[in-house]
Design a protein around this ligand. Structure first.
Ligand code: ZN
Length: 122
């Protein structure tokens, strides 16, 4: 199950150090389409926490791969599906990434691979 989470609400979860419970400030460290990495560094106890919004399949964020997969499995028209994300101002993939994911997957077992990975992550 996945949820639509506003960036402001997400960063609100990274305002306290889990080690010493003092105020801290997490920041957006890295983004890759639907993936975000947040780093929280505590100035008081020097604790550092890194959080990823999703696991990886090889070097691809699983959500990005799933998004490309859903277009394929649902037979969706990519341009219309991507427009929905644009109206929501939501992180998404694009046509280049979609085709890159298709090229990177083994051609013979592409559909089976995507189905298995999607099931594992659902
Ligand atoms: Zn701390």
């Amino acid at each position: 199950m996945k949820f639509l989470v506003a960036e402001s609400e997400l960063l609100g979860l990274f305002k306290i150090c889990v080690n010493c419970v003092n105020e801290a400030q997490g920041h957006d460290n890295h983004r890759k389409r639907t993936f975000i990495n947040i780093i929280l560094k505590c100035d008081v106890c020097t604790n550092k926490r890194s959080w990823n919004s999703q696991p990886f399949v090889s070097f691809i964020p699983a959500g990005n791969l799933q998004l490309s997969s859903t277009f394929l499995f649902a037979g969706a028209i990519r341009s219309q599906a991507l427009r929905n994300f644009e109206f929501l101002k939501m992180a998404n993939t694009n046509t280049d990434i979609f085709y890159m994911h298709q090229k990177e997957l083994p051609p013979v077992n592409k559909y089976t691979f995507l189905e298995e990975k999607s099931r594992e992550l659902l």
